[in-house]
Design a protein around this ligand. Structure first.
Ligand SMILES: Cc1ncc(COP(=O)(O)O)c(C=O)c1O
Length: 380
C-alpha cells in the first residue's frame, strides 16, 4: 500500500546528513548549531533539585506560572513592553514546535506565506504541511539584506503571513531599525501576520541592540514571537522554548497546543524559572559569542576562505567561489573526507537550491575545537 505523506519529497535534513558524515569520518564538527562545551552546572543542579522537590508531574498547559512570570519581567526590562504572563506567553517544546504550531493555527490551504531565501529549513515544510504556499524572496548577496520593495511586490490577496528570522540562520544577518520600519509599513498596509523567529535574541554582535518585535507593541499585536532556551543556555537537547503574542492570538494557538504537546517538561521549567531570576545568566552571551566569533575569524584569516558579514547567531559564512567550482553540497563532503572538517552548505537553505559557493561554520565551540578545524582547513 502506498502510505500517505504530508511531505512526500522530504529526505533527511542537511544537518542529519552532515552530522552522520562527521561521525563516520571522525571530522571536527562545525556543522550543526550546538555548543560542544558544557552547559552551566548550576542550571543542571537546579533540574535535579526540582526533580527531588517533586516537580515531576504535568505542568500547566501554558507552562509553569513561575517561568512565565519571570519571562514577562525579562521582556519588560529588555524591551520595555508589558506582556501578561497569563495570556500572552506559552512555554513550548522547542522553537521548531512553536513555529509549526503558530503556522498551523493561522494557515488554510491556499494561503501564501512570505519567507526569505536562504531560509531556516523547517519553515517551508511547515507551510506545505498545512496545504499553504511558500513565497520565497531572495536576500541580497553578499550582505544578506532584504529588498523590501520585492517583498511588497510579492504580496497579493492570498498573502497571510511573513516569517522573519532575526538574527538569521544560516547567514547571521540582523535586522536594523530601518528594516523594522519597512516591515511595519507592509504588514499594516496588507494586514499580514508576522511569525518572528528570534531564537538568537541574545547573540547580537558589535554592541548592537536586538531589534525584537517585542519592542514594538503595534507589531506584537499581529505577531507570534518565538524563542528557544536551548540557544541561550547551551542546552539545545532540552528542546524548550516559548511563544509570545497578543491575548487574541494566543487563544487559538493554545486551542491547538493543548491537543498537540499539551505541556512541557516540568523540572526543566522549574530550573529555568529560578535561573532566569539572575539576568547575568543571559546578558553576557553576546560578548561571549563575539569573542568566539572574533577568535574563529582571526584563525580563519590563515586560510583561503573569504568571510561574509555576520551580525549575530552561532554562525559565520565563508565563500569558496575563488577556490573551486564544485557544488557546495559536494565541496562540504570533500572537506569532511579529505580535510576532516564538517560544515553546512547553503544551497539546501534555498528554495531553488541556489549555489553561491558559500558554506556555514558554527563557532559555538571550544577554542581547541576551532583551532583543530582551522589547522586542517589551511591546506584547502
Ligand atoms: C533559526 C532557528 N529557529 C529555530 C531553531 C530550533 O530551535 P529549537 O531547538 O528550540 O526547536 C533553530 C535551531 O537551530 C534555529 O537556528
Amino acid at each position: 500500500m502506498e502510505w500517505p505523506s504530508k511531505l512526500p519529497l522530504s529526505g533527511n535534513t542537511i544537518f542529519t546528513v552532515m552530522s552522520k558524515m562527521a561521525q563516520e569520518y571522525q571530522a571536527v564538527n562545525l556543522g550543526q548549531g550546538f555548543p560542544d562545551y558544557p552547559m552551566n552546572s548550576l542550571l543542571v543542579e537546579r533540574v535535579s533539585q526540582a526533580m527531588k522537590a517533586g516537580f515531576n508531574q504535568y505542568s500547566p498547559m501554558a507552562g509553569s506560572v513561575k517561568l512565565r512570570e519571570v519571562l514577562s519581567k525579562k521582556i519588560a526590562s529588555l524591551y520595555k513592553t508589558i506582556v501578561n504572563p497569563v495570556d500572552q506567553i506559552t512555554i513550548v517544546p522547542g522553537a521548531t514546535y512553536g513555529i509549526y504550531t503558530a503556522l498551523t493555527t493561522i494557515l488554510k490551504p491556499g494561503d501564501e506565506v512570505i519567507v526569505f531565501d536562504p531560509t531556516y529549513d523547517s519553515y517551508i515544510p511547515n507551510i506545505l504541511a498545512n496545504g499553504a504556499v511558500a513565497v520565497p524572496i531572495p536576500m541580497n548577496y553578499p550582505d544578506y539584506t532584504i529588498n523590501w520593495a520585492l517583498v511588497e511586490a510579492s504580496v497579493n490577496i492570498n498573502t497571510k503571513a511573513i516569517i522573519i528570522n532575526n538574527p538569521h540562520n544560516p547567514t547571521g544577518a540582523v535586522l536594523s531599525k530601518e528594516d523594522i520600519a519597512a516591515l511595519r509599513a507592509i504588514v499594516h498596509r496588507h494586514q499580514l501576520i508576522i511569525i518572528a523567529d528570534e531564537v538568537y535574541e541574545h547573540i547580537v554582535f558589535d554592541k548592537k541592540e536586538h531589534e525584537s518585535i517585542l519592542k514594538y507593541p503595534d507589531l506584537l499585536e499581529r505577531s507570534y514571537v518565538i524563542f528557544s532556551f536551548g540557544k541561550v543556555f547551551d542546552c539545545t537537547g532540552w528542546k524548550l522554548g516559548y511563544v509570545v503574542s497578543s491575548p487574541d492570538a494566543m487563544l487559538p494557538f493554545r486551542q491547538l497546543h493543548q491537543f498537540l504537546a499539551f505541556a512541557c517538561n516540568t523540572p526543566m521549567q522549574e530550573a529555568l524559572a529560578a535561573h532566569l531570576e539572575t539576568p547575568d545568566h543571559y546578558l553576557g552571551l553576546s560578548d561571549f559569542m563575539q569573542q568566539k566569533k572574533d577568535y574563529f575569524q582571526n584563525l580563519m584569516a590563515q586560510t583561503s576562505f573569504k568571510p561574509l558579514y555576520t551580525g549575530g547567531s552561532f554562525f559565520q559564512c565563508y565563500s569558496y567561489a575563488h577556490l573551486s567550482d564544485e557544488k557546495d553540497t559536494e565541496f562540504v563532503q570533500r572537506l569532511v573526507k579529505e580535510y576532516g572538517v564538517a560544515t553546512i552548505p547553503l544551497s539546501p537553505f534555498y528554495s531553488n537550491q541556489e549555489d553561491r559557493k558559500v558554506i556555514r561554520f558554527c563557532f559555538a565551540k571550544e577554542n581547541s575545537t576551532l583551532e583543530k578545524a582551522v589547522e586542517r582547513l589551511k591546506g584547502v
